[in-house]
Design a protein around this ligand. Structure first.
Ligand code: PMP
Length: 365
């Protein structure tokens, strides 16, 4: 019984998370042999033609699926999303300059802390005062006079809030899209750098996808060790050293899978409908379930809620587990329950959870 068997285990993990079955099957094949080469993906040199094709195809599929304009560079880096908390200010934040951060949860908190070690990182809105239940209006942002960039996180994995549209920005706009990358179309007019750790919507943990506007790249700092320099990675086609070859291969497969599903507009439609199934159960429970996020900024990826008390949360988890629904425990920092329903999560799985929620509320309300 695995996530590949939709009648049995449903994996609601926040990350690493469910991937499309067809992608897993192709990945399995390619471990034994990649494209008739007689050698598996794990064993191919990153300088050989087979892997060069893998990374070129992945980059091209990424550009196609994301509708990414030519004036953006696509990088596959290592160190997960968390490395970007440091690498972004290291590359972009020059001496004597400031960067503006919108603090909407744990992950922006970590980004702010790391950026503060490197330069002048200013928190221009602080959601901790509302337990990160909602996101700011543009008018609430206290921008600096001349920041190099404004940084936000478009989906807050732990709290279950998602920006319906990018915030007002000054300087470049940087987005940590780790937990929603390619769940919906991206407005490239508004963004200058969008990045995501792969382990939710895109592939195996460890790889980070970084999409950066070329003129920002050209202005990035050169006085850094090579592995920390975005421009060096760009010059070398993300093969400055041995890249995470398997992760990049799987990401390429995921990009193609999204294209087969109809691209990002189709993904968004499916994601909205999947999430609505669960929010209807929360809202229709007569107050049994309480959603963490305010309704106007609810996430389509991470649905966060609680039962009337922590004992019922525990009972919910135990019974859900028995019914084959795994990893519904909320993040340890906020408790409660969280259903992560990324791109690859089946609509049928959301319906199964919604029926379970309705039935559980009826029995325990
Ligand atoms: N940003 C966000 C929004 C995340 O959800 C996560 C992981 N949950 C991270 C950053 C950190 O990712 P990683 O563990 O790949 O460094």
């Amino acid at each position: 019984m695995t996530t590949t068997d939709s009648n049995h285990v449903l994996n609601f993990s926040a990350g690493p998370a469910i991937l499309p079955v067809s992608v897993l099957e192709q990945a399995r094949e390619s471990i034994l042999e990649l494209d008739g080469t007689g050698i598996g993906i794990l064993e191919h040199s990153h300088r050989g033609p087979a892997f060069t094709k893998v990374i070129d195809d992945a980059r091209n599929a990424c550009r196609t699926v994301g509708n990414i304009p030519d004036d953006f560079e696509i990088l596959f880096l290592q160190g997960g999303a968390s490395s970007m908390f440091a690498l972004i200010p290291m590359n972009l934040l020059g001496e004597g300059r400031a960067a503006d951060y919108i603090h909407t949860g744990t992950w922006t908190g970590k980004a702010i802390k790391d950026a503060g070690l490197i330069g002048d990182a200013r928190t221009i809105w602080d959601g901790s005062t509302c337990e990160f239940r909602h996101l700011p209006e543009d008018a609430e942002l206290r921008h600096s006079d001349d920041p190099v960039y404004t940084y936000y996180c478009s989906n807050n994995t732990i709290y279950g809030t998602m920006w319906p549209a990018p915030p007002a920005s000054k300087g470049a706009l940087v987005n940590d899209a780790s937990s929603e990358m390619f769940s919906r179309p991206i407005d490239w007019e508004r963004h200058d750098l969008v990045y995501a750790g792969a382990q939710k919507n895109l592939g195996p943990a460890g790889v980070a996808l970084v999409i950066i506007r070329k003129d920002l790249l050209e202005r990035s700092r050169r006085d850094l060790p090579s592995m920390f320099r975005f421009d060096r990675h760009a010059e070398q086609g993300s093969c400055l050293n041995t890249p995470p070859t398997f992760g990049i291969h799987v990401m390429g497969l995921v990009f193609n899978w999204i294209l087969e599903q109809g691209g990002l507009a189709a993904m968004q439609e499916q994601n909205l409908s999947k999430a609505a199934t669960l929010y209807e159960s929360i809202d229709g429970s007569g107050g049994f379930y309480t959603g963490h996020a305010r309704q106007d900024c609810r996430s389509t990826m991470n649905v966060t809620f609680t039962c009337p008390n922590p004992d019922l949360d525990s009972l919910f988890l135990a019974e859900a587990e028995d019914a084959g629904m795994r990893n519904l425990k909320g993040h340890r920092s906020i408790g409660g329950l969280r259903a992560s329903i990324y791109n690859a999560f089946p609509a049928e799985g959301c319906r199964r959870l919604a029926s379970f929620m309705d039935e559980f509320a009826a029995r325990n309300g």
